[in-house]
Structure formats: structure tokens, C-alpha cells
Design a binder for this molecule. Sequence first.
Ligand code: SF4
Ligand code: SF4
Length: 316
Amino acid sequence: MSPDAPAPAKKSPADIKGIVFNIQRFSIQDGPGIRTTVFLKGCPLHCAWCSNPESQNFRPEVVHRDSLCTKCGLCAGVCPENAITVKDKGVSIDRKACTNCGDCVSVCLPGALKVLGQTMSAGEVFRETKKDADFFWNSGGGVTVSGGEPLAQPDFVAALFRLCVDYGIDTCIETSGFASAEALEKVLPQTSLVLYDVKLGDRECHRKWTGVSNEEILKNLERVIASGVAVTIRVPLIPGINDVEQELEKIARIAADAQIKPVKVELLPYHRFGIGKYQQLDREYLLPELTTQKAPEILRIKELFESFGLACEIVL
Ligand code: SF4
Ligand code: SF4
């Protein structure tokens, strides 16, 4: 660039783009009060029990809801990659061949096919979320960014939160903690609460069940705590994987050793709500045998955490 050339215009935060797959209004489980939860697409972890498998891939994806499918075959006819097979129960998509062009979606009259994930600017998402600002202010709620992994799109989240904070809207992220220190540095200054997942205490078990070690995650937990932003530790309870005594004690020890007072832990009992989504994505759910914990078992786990001096709540 010559010295006389005008400097390139700086991008406004409202123009920064992210990939969003859902904006859920009136959410009451993703932080305090009534909230709008923005679900981002893309996660560096692949937890075997993930209830949002559509959030894992960073790219938009076509999903098929076979209960709506009339088996007309129009989608298979227009697919330039021959990726669709019409079967007795509906369709299946060869994910290696599919380019997510969306041609099949546009010919599916009953709406059995849908592209999940769209590029939106921080300004567009903010305009959507601020519609419920009165509910946020009256309930102590706000905007939560979940995923996927919010810290995998740090510029977008920081920009969205900047707009929220300037408007007086509370901000929260729900994170696996698997992110770079730079991503944290971008997002934390605009964040008032971090819901921080601690899934497993054992490093190798963590790698086995989520695809990554928990080493960086635990370092980032310390970084978040040191930043002074409020933290709630969240533990998804997965039958036979982390709801066994030895693992629970490791997780409780991590929470108890965290230098935040009072330490709050939220327990999320296992549920099977997301299993149907695997079939919509032509994927296999790897833990079909798991069943939800019974109430006495959940209360026993709560007592175990409380025995470590932790304030513990069950989130259903
Ligand atoms: S176009 Fe839609 S309704 Fe027809 S076979 Fe394909 S998915 Fe089913
Ligand atoms: S999105 Fe495009 S490539 Fe993928 S199944 Fe549909 S038509 Fe075929």
C-alpha cells in the first residue's frame, strides 16, 4: 500500500460473522433468568454422549426428518452428487459426497430436508436477541452463547457481546473450555458469566470420550477464574462414564480447588433427547444402552459434591 493510499476501513463489530444453527428464545437452563441462547456451529470436542450432534461440524449440514418424508424421490433426482438414497423409512445422505449445496432442500415440498447452520453477522444476531430485552431485564436474564463451542468463534462472540453490553444486556457463554488463551482474552472482557463444563477428571478418560485431553481445559479454568468473571462449573452426568464415585470425586476436587468463592456446581443428569438427531445426520449414536439416572442416584451425587463444600444444584 502506498503511503498516500487511504487506510482500509475498519470492520464494524456488527459486521463480524459467525455460523449459527439456532437462536432459542425464552431459555431458562442456560444461565440466570430468561435468556436467549445462541447456538454456534462447530466444536473441537466430539463427546460420545453429545446431545447436539448437529453442533459439532463447523460447516452447515443438511438434516433429514424422515417423519415428514413422502419418499417422492425429488431430492435424489436433483442431487448433483448422487448423494441421496430413498429408503423405506425415508432418505439417507452420503455425507462424504454431499457438498451441502442445498439443491435437495429447495425441492422438498414437505420440508423434510433442512440446512442447519447459517452465516449471520453479530449485528443480525443482536437485533434478534434484543427483541426480548424487557424479559431479560425483568428476570435477571440475558444472552447466552452456546454451541458447539463459543470460544471457537471468538471474534464473533466478542462482537455480539460488545453490542449486548452497550445495550445493557447480560452476557454468558457455555463452554467446554477447550480454546486458546487468545480466544479467552477476546471474549471474557465482555462476559459476565461462564458456564464451564468439567466432564471428566482423568486426562486419558477425557481423551477417550471427548477426543481431547482435559489438560488445556483445566488450565483455562484457572485463567477464567483469574480473570474475575463469574464461573459456574457444569458437570454432565454420563452413566457409567463419569457418574462413578472415583470420577465424581476427581471432578469435585477440581471444583473445590478452584479459587472461586462460593464455588457453584450444576449437575446435568443424562438425557436421551438428542439421540434422534444422529439419525437425521446419518450418524450412529455410540451409547445407545445408556439410561437416565434415577432421582435417588442424582441426589446421592449432589450430596457427594456438597461433601466437598460445594454449592450444588441439579439442572433438569
Ligand atoms: S424430496 Fe423430501 S419428501 Fe421427497 S424423498 Fe426427498 S426428503 Fe423425502
Ligand atoms: S445438499 Fe446438495 S449435495 Fe448434499 S444431498 Fe442435497 S443436493 Fe446432494
